[in-house]
Design a protein around this ligand. Sequence first.
Ligand SMILES: [Fe+2]
Length: 339
Amino acid sequence: MARGGGNETANNGKRNLSDEDLTRAVLASFEGAKSKRFGEVISSLVRHLHAFVEEVQLTEDEWFKGIDFLTRTGHITDDNRQEFILLSDVLGISMLVVGINHRKAVGATESGEAVEVVGDGHREPTGATEATVFGPFFVEGSPRYENGDDLANGAPGEPCHMEGRVLSTKGKPIPDARIEVWQADEDGFYDVQYEDLGVARGRGHLFSDEEGRFRFWSVRPEAYPIPDDGPVGELLEATNRGPMRPAHVHFMVEAPGYEKLTTHVFEDGDEHLDSDAVFGVKDSLVTPFVRHDPGTAPDGTDVDGPFYTMSYDIVLALSTERARDGSRDGAAQTGEAGE
Ligand SMILES: [Fe+2]
């Protein structure tokens, strides 16, 4: 038989496909996926993408523009700039992922209160701190600080003393929780946005003490526009959307036996709280940053200019495993039987 001639099985039914059969054929091609979960995810992605192309009757020119957009999103991304996370953020995908995954152990009632799914499937309020977007400005390997240190490390801005406790949902202090902090300075820039800065500023990690307490100095954060000089900025411009995010400090807190929490603390009164470019604001994460005249700070430091204080307790939910099994093991770890 001539190469490629006549054999109906040679193309595995992938020839002369109608649009509908094309979708079916692509989905069938994933049936041998090595991971069942990957097969499920890629199949769903293709189903929705095909439906999207069909729904908008995508033109070839639009398809090329889309490819070009994603290509440039990749090209502008480097160790210090994460345009793909930014894109995910402005499309609301990041907050959707946060919401879905937070609901596994901790969810929200209709009023927004965090809940935990208990053994029989009903949901009880936990009081755990709500999560929000990770954002594009996290950097691995931040410097370690001790309680009371100044994380600003020269970042421009008005001094701000930040403190709080890390607690379980029963109000029990969680010692040795790792607290990662990163924030913008008074000009609305993160350290990694300065070319050739070479040092961490307004960024670091520390651990809660025996009473679950943490405290550090930094600068008051400022509201800022997300980077809008790249593809994501074009998207915002094309849709008449603003790039501003309300002033906030990023926290990522983890301790054994508890769900890792990625969140922000927002400054109360910020004019952008209702128009966050990445949809990340929750009322429970908004707190006052209180201005003080020169004088003695809460830690006894004499400050010769105006300064701010911010206090916020961070409540961690039990890890999914502990929440599910009634935490016999967790009780051994933390002495919180039956939490
Ligand atoms: Fe941020």
